[in-house]
Design a protein around this ligand. Structure first.
Ligand SMILES: [Zn+2]
Length: 320
């Protein structure tokens, strides 16, 4: 266990939350990222980091985060979305998921399988180049094979996004139970880097000793890549207390007029998150959430949003 801790500590240098991953801690609300930046070396970068602290560019590499927590007794499909965000509106809590998560389900369906997304989750659309795919749990009699298919679907999705030259940053988290604990690995990067990394990463072993060796191989590979910006984005800006990497959009109303002016001076825009009534597939005319077509995996597929309610506005450096 000590070696494992030191390995994780090497991956998560400077992260004040490391100790927590090894205790059965209660889950907490996502961290607030309102604290000021540490050094004022680069004022422009600070303004950018304050408003879009999770922004990444092609070549920035990827961030990996590993967490072990108390095992959850999960029943249901072998591959299921168990993570979600909570959005509060008029005092009402709503469990939400980003609409584009459906593209991973479509990619899995092309491989002859499926991703269970609870019907209680409300899909929201944000007009930006970021995508959070919350924790996907892998169980059943052959969790390792189930996990391998998810990794293949992610690979296919990244290849397709790159083929379409999408300027997109994506975070995803994969989890499974092993030896009485729930393991999760969370990954964040620009789709260009995610495609390259997934292309060499192979399958993820779930037995801990093999998983550690796999992680060490990933570390060697990533250490061998050209270094662009060191320690960017800051881990504390993109990690939640449960070890999930998460792109937390910054609501416009959280910022003072002076901060807003600084953000706009840096070319940042205020964009919107919507709750669509219906997203219609232009190929088959039915509900895009359920239909087999994909705007990412297929050529010439489009969608039409029919009725949408504004959920909020956030800062964006990357128009969709
Ligand atoms: Zn369709």
């Amino acid at each position: 266990m000590r070696d494992w801790k030191s390995l994780i500590a090497n991956y998560l240098q400077g992260n004040p939350l490391i100790a927590k991953y090894f205790q059965a801690e209660e889950e907490e609300e996502p961290m607030d990222s309102e604290e000021s930046t540490e050094s004022a070396a680069d004022e422009a970068a600070d303004a950018q980091n304050l408003v879009v602290p999770y922004s990444m560019q092609p070549g920035d590499g990827i961030r990996l985060q590993v967490a072990y927590q108390a095992e959850q007794a999960l029943v249901g499909p072998d591959r299921q979305l168990i993570g979600y965000s909570v959005f509060t509106r008029n005092g009402q809590h709503q469990s939400v998921v980003e609409y584009d998560v459906v593209e991973l389900r479509k990619a899995l369906q092309r491989l002859g399988t499926d991703l269970f997304i609870p019907a209680s989750l409300v899909p929201l659309c944000s007009e930006d180049g970021y995508l959070n795919i919350p924790t996907i749990f892998h169980g059943g009699p052959d969790a390792e094979a189930t996990l391998a298919t998810t990794v293949q679907a992610l690979r296919n999705l990244m290849v397709a996004l790159c083929y379409q030259q999408r300027d997109k940053v994506c975070a995803f988290t994969l989890s499974w139970n092993e030896a009485g604990r729930q393991a999760s690995i969370s990954v964040l990067g620009h789709v260009t880097d995610l495609r390259a990394w997934l292309g060499q990463a192979g399958n993820l072993p779930i037995v801990r000793a093999e998983f550690v060796r796999w992680l060490e191989r990933q570390k060697r590979h990533l250490d061998g890549l050209p270094r662009t910006r060191a320690n960017y984005p800051l881990v504390e800006k993109v990690v939640k207390p449960d070890g999930v990497l998460y792109l937390k959009r910054q609501p416009v109303h959280q910022f003072s007029p002076a901060e807003a002016a600084a953000g706009q001076a840096r070319g940042l825009a205020m964009d919107a998150t919507w709750q669509p009534k219906k997203v219609q597939c232009n190929t088959c005319g039915s509900d895009y959430w359920q239909c087999p077509h994909s705007t990412v995996l297929d050529a010439g597929v489009g969608t039409t949003v029919i009725g949408a309610e504004l959920v909020g506005q956030f800062w964006n450096d990357r128009p969709a």
